[in-house]
Design a protein around this ligand. Structure first.
Ligand SMILES: Nc1ncnc2c1ncn2[C@@H]1O[C@H](COP(=O)(O)OP(=O)(O)O)[C@@H](O)[C@H]1O
Ligand SMILES: [Mg+2]
Length: 472
């Protein structure tokens, strides 16, 4: 089958921006509005991941939030799940690759902006759960110093419709990206708002120091690395970790350590610490970043060559990608995935699925780059059993979530007393463990029962050929 080079009849593919294990992000052009867009696609057959579906649910909830890209369209086309997003600029891993370290000034300015975006995301009931340089982008044009946070593929809605925080649990598997994950993630705890901020601090330390002490562990498996990195994070004194950077970073980490799962972080405290750090370092917070300064210098040095430069760049046309090349790229992601999933037997709960931890070549704005350490994300599958959540009484099942229930999820209880929720962001994985696939079926059922889930046989539904295949 030919890979589409135009989505929804409007969005024309131009070139690849990035490719990860689960999908591809492309530069596109909205030919009706005559604006560039970002196109994120994953192969539909990667239904075991369903990260785009989840991302759409979260993005819809976050629309209108400053610092979150606009969701312009989503749907399915050919064999792809597609989302069309407002086009943004480069992500912060790009700048790290070129600069190796950021100044305190750049880091503090980034910290202040990102904390504000996180606060807004949290206020909409969402925890990001995978904050890292690759998921933090600048805007474009007049927003070129404005920060956006992207990639809600493993985010979670942490409040129900009544505004209650979903219950804590401590038997989840690791989720996120080892380098930046919070201590709670390493412990397998349910993640909350404080964990996004803890990850932010690791990201900022990485910017200032150029690396974190738990990088470059040799001769360890991925599992061992996750455990060892967790131990290092737990054992290291914040002041030791932050020894060459302003003391305020240590103070933020010390503050975060006191917070509980339910705690509302004091965002003001955090950005006041950043402001204090700037003040103590004599830094002027003027929204000029390391790369802006360098660019300014280059422009003035090369002023005489500017005309020539302009002439040559305007002659460069964006070449549409070979559709076969794009197809190969997406299919490669798909086949990696299928290989990883080939041992799955049981159909229901999300289980751990790793993006490959190796460095994968990707192309960002035309230059070949290595994408850094990748996320470990749960795999979400349509529920093949009906289940009732006891904590979810008659009217306590969140409306917005209930509306999102998939057709494949059936009401298990016919007496009308209990609600049945399935395949939803937030609820679903508050019940299902994320590393479920190795556990025998009988144990899975008893674990679910222990969690207050009443199991009934699912009534006959029409199943996709894929699902049928897995059962056989
Ligand atoms: N809206 C966007 N505009 C421009 N580039 C984007 C946009 N969204 C993502 N990207 C780029 O694509 C990369 C991958 O996107 P992301 O949403 O993080 O997907 P993944 O799930 O593959 O990590 C990002 O690191 C960033 O470089
Ligand atoms: Mg990402």
């Amino acid at each position: 089958m030919q890979t589409a080079s135009i989505f929804n009849g409007i969005y024309v593919v131009q070139k690849k921006i990035s490719s990860g294990s689960f999908g591809v992000v492309l530069l596109g052009h909205d030919k009706e509005k005559n604006v560039d867009v970002a196109i994120k696609i994953e192969k539909e057959e990667n239904e075991d991941v369903r990260s785009l579906e989840r991302e759409v649910q979260v993005l819809e909830r976050l629309q209108g939030t400053d610092g979150i890209p606009k969701l312009l369209w989503h749907g399915q086309q050919d064999e792809y799940n597609v989302i069309i997003l407002q086009l943004l600029g480069k992500d912060l891993s790009y700048y790290m690759k070129t600069k190796k370290k950021f100044s305190f000034k750049t880091t503090i300015q980034l910290g202040i902006q990102i904390v504000h975006v996180l606060e807004r995301i949290h206020n909409k009931g969402v925890v990001h759960r995978d904050l890292k340089p690759e998921n933090i982008l600048f805007g474009i044009e007049d927003e070129s110093s404005k920060i956006y946070v992207v990639d809600f593929g493993i985010s979670k809605i942490f409040r129900d419709a009544q505004g209650n925080i979903l219950p804590f649990r401590d038997n989840a598997s690791f989720i996120g990206t080892t380098r930046y994950a919070s201590i709670a993630a390493h412990k397998g705890y349910e993640l909350s708002r404080k964990d996004d901020i803890e990850s932010l601090i690791y990201v900022l330390l990485y910017f200032m120091k150029g690396q974190l002490p738990w990088q470059n562990m040799q001769n360890v498996s991925d599992e061992e690395r996750t455990v060892k990195v967790g131990e290092m994070k737990m054992n290291i004194d914040p002041r030791e970790l932050c020894k060459d950077v302003p003391i305020e970073f240590a103070k933020i980490l010390e503050y975060l350590k006191q917070l509980q799962y339910n705690s509302e972080p004091n965002y003001c405290f955090v950005y006041h610490q950043f402001e204090k750090a700037a003040e103590n370092q004599g830094i002027q917070l003027d929204n000029i970043y390391d790369w802006d300064q360098q660019q300014q210098m280059k422009i003035s040095q090369n002023n005489e060559n500017f005309d020539n430069f302009q002439r040559s760049t305007t002659q460069q046309q964006l070449q549409p990608p070979q559709s076969t090349e794009m197809k190969k790229s997406v299919e490669k992601q798909g086949s990696n995935l299928i290989r990883q999933l080939s041992n799955n037997q049981f159909l229901i709960p999300p289980s751990q699925l790793k993006r490959q931890d190796s460095q994968q070549p990707s192309v960002v704005s035309g230059s070949v780059m290595l994408s850094t350490y990748n996320s470990i994300r749960p795999k979400y599958q349509p529920s093949q059993i009906a289940f009732d959540i006891k904590v979810c009484g008659d009217d306590s099942c969140p409306q917005d979530i209930a509306q999102n229930m998939k057709q494949t999820a059936e009401t298990g209880n016919q007496n009308g007393r209990q609600n049945s929720c399935a395949e939803t962001v937030g609820w679903k994985d508050s019940v299902f463990e994320e590393n479920f696939e190795e556990i025998p079926l009988s144990k899975k059922y008893s674990m679910l029962k222990q969690k207050g889930v009443a199991i009934q046989k699912k009534r006959k539904t029409s199943q996709s050929p894929n699902q049928q295949r897995k059962k056989n």
